[in-house]
Write a protein that binds this ligand. Structure first.
Ligand code: NAD
Length: 288
């Protein structure tokens, strides 16, 4: 049984809303915090939509009151001190910008009680880059969720050299208690496990396209038949979203990555083809 009861999630965007809802769905008391009242109103709509998604996607218990109960477990705040004053765990899910996260941890260090564990959901920043701003490096850890947490339910858990083993164990227990599969990473590593595998794989697929070796459907077919995997890399690109693929490739100075960035922009992004979310990316998807 986890020692965590009260959870505060900072940021109610794409991932923050999912993490807060998934946690509330598993019976925890959750405070969803964001920067102002207007964004909190948008967050309420996101939570209502997630409640319906859990029902539509047949998550066990959702239709039998689970979604309604989850919504009742969530309260809202745009006052940081209030939001964290009783928190056992704060999960930080704010934009992937070092300055924003550092400024937030500097505030949090003063406002949260000593018992509170801080966890960052950052995809690309190492927790070491943030730990000195937390005021509690021993109680700070990365807890990384994947988009569509109810379906892709990995929780990658990665401490720094300062994180105590008891805190790691508490977070492993918390992840399990919230329906996640805890993936404990032995030492800090950029990209955790999933992105350490996925990013080079997708990059290699991009090279095949940029170099004119093969078209996406041929690459995907080869991967599916040759390995038994259900999806090829370009099908995965469409799920991740081409804007995210563009932003990740943009950070890589390799000329091939930059050629892929150009191709993505000209052939897809500028035409509003952003992947499954818009009904078209490398492939077209029938409207639901
Ligand atoms: P997002 O832009 O959708 O949401 C960020 C939210 O944080 C917004 O609601 C914004 O108002 C709020 N915010 C901004 N400044 C804040 C502050 N100072 N305090 C509190 N809230 C603040 O972003 P996202 O896609 O949910 O990503 C958030 C984090 O999750 C990033 O670190 C990202 O790397 C990570 N992540 C994202 C995904 C994904 O697929 N989107 C997957 C895994 C991890």
């Amino acid at each position: 049984m986890t020692a965590i009861k009260n959870v505060t999630v900072l940021g109610t965007g794409v991932l923050g809303s999912q993490i807060a809802f998934q946690t509330a769905f598993h019976g925890f008391t959750v405070i969803a915090y964001d920067i102002n009242a207007e964004i909190i109103e948008q967050a309420k709509a996101r939570f209502a939509s997630l409640a319906q998604t859990y029902i539509d996607e047949h998550i066990a218990g959702a239709a039998d009151g689970g979604s309604v109960a989850a919504l009742a477990n969530i309260s809202y705040s745009f006052e940081l001190g209030d939001a964290v004053k009783d928190a056992d765990l704060v999960i930080e899910v704010v934009p992937e910008k070092l300055e924003i996260k550092r400024a937030l941890y500097t505030q949090l260090a003063k406002l949260a009680p000593p018992k509170t564990i801080f966890a960052t959901n950052s995809s690309t920043l190492l927790p070491s880059a943030l730990k000195d701003f937390t005021g509690r490096p021993d109680r700070f850890i990365a807890l990384h969720y994947a988009n569509r947490v109810w379906l892709h339910n990995t929780a990658e858990i990665m401490g720094t050299a300062d994180t105590t083993p008891a805190v790691v164990q508490t977070i492993v227990d918390f992840a399990t208690a919230t329906g996640m599969v805890p993936i404990e990473i032995k030492k800090e590593h950029a990209g955790y496990l999933l992105n350490s595998l996925l990013v080079p794989f997708l990059g290699a697929a991009g090279d095949l396209l940029v170099d004119g070796i093969a078209e996406p459907d041929m690459v995907d077919k080869t991967w599916r038949i040759g390995t038994g995997a259900p999806l090829g890399p370009f099908q995965i690109f469409d799920i991740v979203g081409l804007t995210t693929a563009y932003n990740i490739s943009l950070m890589n100075p390799d000329p091939k990555r930059q050629a892929f960035v150009k191709l993505l922009k000209e052939r897809y992004i500028d035409k509003g083809k952003l992947g499954r979310s818009t009904g078209e990316g490398f492939y077209s998807y029938p409207k639901k």
